[in-house]
Ligand binder design. Structure first.
Ligand code: DQA
Length: 143
């Protein structure tokens, strides 16, 4: 089973950006964590990070017919992007939303998740562990 893992804007700044919210581990550590988790679960992953909404839409579209599921942390686009929501709906792949921080306990503008409307599950506020839970969910769903 092949899963596309998408990280949105500023996730590449992990370790530097607001460490009190996002932790001190950097983006390379997150990518290693995702690959290690995928290996342990016996799933193949492709990792994609972009700061550009359209690039994320393009990557979701390219997953059609190639991938079996999508794990996505759309970052700030979570709360603004109907285009990412529509792309997830267009390809119709099982999708899971992840957020490192507990957005439910943050600002009002973070309380809406457009992408989440196209996702079967959301793992929120679990840090890196949320990605492992998302991969585990998709792996279990297939089996
Ligand atoms: C985030 C939460 C978003 O509100 C924020 O814009 C991010 C990261 C998270 O993983 O906690 O960039 O998606």
């Amino acid at each position: 089973m092949k899963i596309l893992v998408i990280n949105g804007p500023n996730i590449n700044m992990l370790g530097i950006r607001e460490p009190d919210i996002y932790g001190k581990a950097d983006f390379a550590a997150l990518e290693r964590f995702i690959r290690t988790s995928a290996d342990a679960l016996g799933v193949e992953v492709e990792l994609f990070q972009s700061n550009h909404e359209g690039a994320i839409v393009d990557r979701i579209q390219q997953a059609y017919g190639r991938m079996d599921g999508i794990v996505i942390n759309p970052a700030a686009y979570t709360h603004t992007s109907v285009a990412i929501l529509d792309a997830l709906k267009a390809v119709g792949l099982p999708a899971v939303e992840v957020h490192l921080s507990d957005v439910r306990r943050r600002e009002d503008f973070r309380q809406i998740s457009y992408a989440g409307m196209a996702c079967e599950r959301s793992f929120i506020g679990l840090g890196f562990e949320g990605y492992r839970e998302a991969l585990r969910y998709l792996a279990g769903r297939a089996g």
